[in-house]
Design a protein around this ligand. Sequence first.
Ligand SMILES: C[S@@+](CC[C@H](N)C(=O)[O-])C[C@H]1O[C@@H](n2cnc3c(N)ncnc32)[C@H](O)[C@@H]1O
Ligand SMILES: [Zn+2]
Length: 276
Amino acid sequence: MNNYLACPKCHEPLSLENRTYRCLNNHCYDLAKSGYINLLLNPDKATTNPGDSKESLIARRDYLNSHHYDSILDQVIQLIKKYAGSTELNDLNILDLGCGEGYYTYGMYQSIPANISGLDISKIGVNMASKYSKDITWIVGNSKNIPIIDHSLDFVTALFTVVNQSELERVLKENGKIIHVTANSNHLIEFKQMIYDEIIEKSDKFIRLDLPIVEQYDFTKKELIENREDVLNLLKMTPHYYHISTHKRHILDELDSLEITIDIKITVYDAMESLL
Ligand SMILES: C[S@@+](CC[C@H](N)C(=O)[O-])C[C@H]1O[C@@H](n2cnc3c(N)ncnc32)[C@H](O)[C@@H]1O
Ligand SMILES: [Zn+2]
């Protein structure tokens, strides 16, 4: 069981008693029926349901369970094994930040049965994630105020999600690692070509962390999706779906199969300097 949870209000450790987590200042948080813990403070929410929409989360769950993105999961698992050092895999403390509906978190747990937590700002997403396994600690929380004790994690994984450098430095152990997965400009280029009249290259400068890089590489792969439902789910889990103009909606009728490009950057950062 997880012993590194901290109170999001005062950052003191939380301990579990009769389905209630409590800190020494008596701030209490109940375990939900489905087993997740809500550690999101009201001031951290911009809306009632922050994070990805339910429609997009369901599409993500169904698409990821079609296994077309398992090569991305495999990369993350191999990197955790590679950088675990002398720590037994079972003893690792791992947080999957912005875990969404939890597919990758659960996939990691199946290969590395460590102390794994998944955190997302979306309660709908975390509630869905809690269905995968009760052995993972599922947290509704904000990556800008991570409810985890200082310097207690060996790894933070962040796949296609926002990261906050000072919080990562605070929660990682000395030599702890961040595995950051981000999309390159050619990622799902086929959708962009279909949907936009002009493709504007976005700078990825703002998603880079100012920490020592241990390893960085681009991972690219073509993937043939032969099923209309999977193609539509993939499209719906990206922002592109919500940008299709009315005069282009007919493309949805023709999407019976599609070869897509996976083009992502995987960066392993070292939190070593966080303690200096
Ligand atoms: C593109 S999804 C990726 C989800 C998952 N990592 C995956 O690859 O399937 C981005 C996720 O980040 C979450 N998110 C956005 N802002 C967040 C924040 N401040 N704290 C925690 N999660 C956040 C969203 O709710 C969403 O689930
Ligand atoms: Zn407290």
